[in-house]
Design a protein around this ligand. Structure first.
Ligand code: AMP
Ligand code: MG
Length: 486
């Protein structure tokens, strides 16, 4: 059988292999012992034109665990730098991610990358490995975000092994096959800018434009278009994060994609109760990356990206591009929030309606996802959602205004409800759900990983076999603590 990895191409490596500035380094993967397949992603395989049966083959297990390098592959690790928690951190790079090559699918090239397949020149003092626990979280969450319609890196398969990896305790080493149109980060540009290598900044920008925006290649304003695209895509991505209650947790500039995809799933978390001060990352003691700070951190990071493009663009162009962030974020956020409450169109008067609702939810500790899903069934005759609020009168006051607003629209309750059900997910990846799958996987049982994958890939649909995951989190969920250690 010809495997999809036999068709890998080497665009990034070829573009930069003769480059003295080392955009990437050729590496070899270091395999895991006694690998076993935890889960493979049929949906993504089909989107990439890969026969899903390949993913369960013994040859693929060897490749995806880093034990065998496909003939067509020249594995590489990319260099980048970044601002971590607001401080310049200098060189970072792919310390535990190795790109095997790019897979052509119609007009698009997809990076095929192994996370956890050993050390690279950028591993610093770390081991190049990823533990099963964090790999399950990345695998499930990237697919959950895709299911929610949010731009993200994807995950093709997940491998467990008998290789011991030392964290707070010994854990099994794992790999995730990450798939993305680009793994180039804001920090990739910062790296060359702060090393005073403008020609390398330009080479990287030209690469991004040639690969992702070939129509712009001959335009004088191509670098501005690339930056503007990143500003707009990042604004949209973060508006969507806010709308589903997603907290990334480590929005360092090395974890921000030049295409505006969600990337590098670490200590992320979804809101249970609506709480703007939520901090998913227990290492983030000051809450720099708290839920409510994400929109402004997005702009801070784009500022860092724009600064690293000063050799390519005049400052008034940089400022003009950055100025598009806030209006785009607000436009996207307001449109989504209006649709979450069943409004066909956002009007300026809707802002207090949405804000009052969020305030009520916060003071009444209302679950974010469950509330919006239950609101789909709200009508003049069915107001059961009010039971979620201790302050029933407060809710009634809001509901009265809400019903008046709904009455201004022409649609029927049934039409509105149908749209709302496609906007408000029934399932999100709460920490306790990932934890349940992790604990089972540590016993060698991967059925919950597979179940969650399938449920989260279509989070707006009903899944009778996963009804237990549609309710409030159990009490023990509060004790789960996630930090950067993975
Ligand atoms: P992260 O916080 O996961 O985005 O990682 C920040 C930097 O640390 C990146 O350069 C990673 O490649 C690197 N890194 C994280 N964990 C490891 C590891 N176990 N081995 C090598 N490098 C790592
Ligand atoms: Mg990272």
């Amino acid at each position: 059988m010809k495997l999809f990895t036999d068709h890998l191409q080497q665009h990034f490596y070829t573009a930069f292999k003769t480059d003295d500035n080392h955009h990437c380094t050729a590496v070899v993967t270091q395999g895991l012992h006694e690998p076993t397949l935890v889960s493979s992603n049929k949906l993504l395989a089909e989107q990439l034109g890969i026969d899903p049966a390949q993913l369960t083959s013994p040859e693929m297990l060897q490749i995806m665990s880093g034990n065998q390098i496909p003939d067509a592959s020249q594995p590489i690790a990319l260099v980048y730098s970044g601002h971590q928690f607001g401080v310049w951190a200098g060189q970072l790079g792919d310390g535990r991610a190795i790109t095997l090559g790019e897979l052509p699918v119609k007009e698009t090239l997809w990076d095929i990358q192994l996370k956890g397949a050993g050390t690279t020149p950028y591993s610093r003092f770390a081991d190049g490995r990823a533990v099963l626990r964090s790999s399950i979280r990345e695998y499930l969450c990237s697919e959950a975000m895709h299911g929610l319609g949010i731009a993200t890196t994807r995950a093709l398969c997940l491998i467990n092994s008998q290789t011991p990896v030392y964290r707070e305790e010994v854990e099994p080493g794992a790999t995730v096959c990450r798939v993305a149109e680009s793994h180039i980060r804001f920090g990739s540009f910062e790296h060359f800018h702060y090393r005073n290598q403008p020609e390398s900044v330009k080479a990287l920008a030209d690469y991004v434009i040639e690969r992702h925006f070939p129509d712009w290649m001959d335009r004088d304003d191509k670098y501005l278009l690339m930056l503007e695209n990143c500003v707009l895509k990042t604004a949209k991505m973060i508006a969507q994060w806010q709308s589903v209650g997603f907290n990334h947790g480590v929005m360092n500039t090395d974890n921000m994609s030049i295409l505006g995809d969600t990337i590098d799933y670490g200590p992320f978390g979804f809101l249970d109760n609506y709480n703007p001060d939520f901090i998913c990352n227990h290492s983030d003691t000051n809450g720099r990356y708290s839920f409510k700070n994400q929109p402004s951190v997005g702009l801070w990071n784009l500022n860092a990206l724009a600064t690293s493009l000063t050799s390519l663009l005049e400052s008034d162009h940089l400022i003009g591009a950055l100025k598009q962030y806030e209006p785009e974020f607000l436009k996207q956020y307001r449109t989504i929030m209006a649709s979450k409450i069943g409004l066909k169109e956002y009007q300026p008067e809707d802002e207090p309606l949405i804000n009052q609702l969020l305030e009520l939810m916060q003071t009444n500790n209302v679950d974010y996802t469950i509330f919006f899903r239950s609101l789909c069934a709200f009508s003049k005759h069915n107001q059961t959602v009010r039971d979620q609020f201790l302050d029933r009168e407060g809710f009634d006051g809001w509901a009265e205004k809400y019903l008046q607003r709904l009455a201004q629209q022409s649609s029927t309750d049934a039409q509105r409800q149908e749209k709302m059900l496609a906007t408000n997910p029934k399932y999100i990846l709460r920490n306790y759900m990932a934890q349940a799958a992790i604990e089972q996987a540590y016993q060698g049982d991967y059925t919950e990983v597979q179940l969650l994958l399938e449920v989260l890939q279509s989070p707006f649909d009903e899944h009778p076999d996963a009804e237990k995951y549609a309710g409030l989190p159990p009490d023990w969920a509060e004790a789960i603590s996630v930090s950067c250690s993975s």
